[in-house]
Design a protein around this ligand. Structure first.
Ligand SMILES: NC(=O)c1ccc[n+]([C@@H]2O[C@H](COP(=O)([O-])OP(=O)(O)OC[C@H]3O[C@@H](n4cnc5c(N)ncnc54)[C@H](OP(=O)(O)O)[C@@H]3O)[C@@H](O)[C@H]2O)c1
Length: 346
């Protein structure tokens, strides 16, 4: 039995963070064998601190001494302490400013996580600028490094359950955010092609922590008696720890030209069934609106499973943990995913 993953619930955020950031043996072996230091760019968001923590612990377990830099603007100064507490060295930097980027320390291994999504409707120009000029700054500064760059499954068009998008499918992004995310990919791919930079692009669909994600969004709606819109009727979900683990394992497949890896869970989950299950656990009946459209943002992550194995935490477990966490007053980041949005408007 996978007794190591069957915790009934978490009593504290510290315990939750420890669980999310536990590295696998496969990861320990991989990162310990990479020469040079690490830089995590855009560390101060929803995933970065957990990613830094997993990386530091993997390096420690592997018995190697390397510096892991955590770089962000640190718009929330509390994140500096959070980063430091795991042994990551924080550096304040606006990656939009090339003069500042030029002064960043050398790092053979770069994880790129910065991006802009929300606010695109009111200032699409800024979204395009950040999502394309920042990657260009990074590629110029770190052209000799290995780069794992986060992207999104939104670069694909909608597809029906059973026809989930594969890495070889032609992108068809809808709206400025998704189009600029493809722009971000194209900049990294351009430098991979022309400068020989070794790159892997991570097309992620919906990481789930207990404090944010599609499941937490639905819990909030059900608890408040708000309607759950069913038009975007199907989603792919993945445990935050697994999303981070696959993304770091992508250092194994960085290449020139750039490689692409879909990162998400193996199931295509019905939003209606998910909300009903959550409703049972929470003791509240969800209120539904609309009907399922035939297609949604869905990705096939079979390539990642064949290379790195299946996720450690199944979706059923994330659902149970999330309900228990919320019922016991566990904190929400109050950062909704807006996964119901289908017109590209963020
Ligand atoms: N979480 C998911 O389920 C999911 C799904 C699909 C794609 N992704 C992608 O995966 C990446 C990581 O996800 P996330 O949820 O952690 O993203 P996030 O919460 O948006 O965090 C990204 C962080 O990057 C930093 N940043 C933005 N612009 C910057 C700049 N100019 N200079 C320095 N730092 C900057 C910001 O922190 P500061 O304000 O402190 O600088 C921000 O909090 C993102 O690119 C996201 O688009 C995530």
């Amino acid at each position: 039995m996978r007794s190591n993953i069957l915790e009934k619930h978490f009593f504290s955020e510290a315990a939750l963070d420890r669980r999310i950031s536990r590295p696998s043996e496969q990861l320990v072996e991989l990162v310990s064998g990479l020469n040079g230091d690490f830089a995590i760019l855009g560390i101060a968001g929803k995933m970065g601190v957990n990613l830094g923590a997993m990386l530091v612990q993997a390096l420690k377990k592997g018995g190697v001494r390397k510096t892991v830099y955590g770089i962000s603007r640190f718009s929330d100064p509390a994140m500096i302490k959070a980063v430091e507490s795991w042994g990551v060295k924080p550096i304040k930097c606006d990656l939009f400013d090339f003069e500042s980027v030029e002064k960043l320390p050398d790092a053979n291994n770069v994880i790129f996580m910065a991006g802009r999504k929300f606010g695109t409707d009111t200032d699409p120009e800024l979204t395009w600028a950040l999502n394309t000029i920042v990657p260009s700054n990074i590629c110029r500064r770190y052209s000799e490094s290995r780069i794992v760059a986060f992207s999104t499954g939104c670069v694909y068009g909608f597809t029906r359950p059973g026809f989930e998008s594969k890495e070889s499918d032609t992108p068809a992004p809808v709206g400025d955010y998704a189009q600029s995310a493809l722009g971000r990919e194209r900049i990294f791919a351009h430098y991979a092609k022309t400068a020989g930079t070794k790159v892997s692009l991570i097309r992620l669909n919906y990481a789930n922590d207990l404090r944010y994600g599609v499941i937490r969004d639905l819990i909030e709606k059900i608890n408040k008696g708000e309607t759950v819109d069913l038009e975007n009727g199907y989603v792919n979900l993945i445990w935050q720890g697994d999303a981070i683990r696959y993304s770091l394992l992508a250092f194994n497949i960085v290449s020139s030209p750039a490689s692409i890896l879909n990162v998400t869970g193996p199931e295509t989950v019905s939003v209606r069934c998910l909300a009903e299950k959550l409703g049972q656990l929470l003791g509240k009946k969800p209120v539904f609106a609309g009907t399922e459209a035939t297609a949604a943002y869905l990705s096939n992550a079979g390539k990642s499973f064949s290379m790195f194995g299946y996720p450690e935490v199944p979706v059923e477990t994330i659902i149970e943990w999330s309900a228990k966490w919320a019922m016991s007053g566990g904190r929400s980041l109050n950062k909704p995913t807006h996964f119901q949005t289908r017109n590209g408007s963020f």
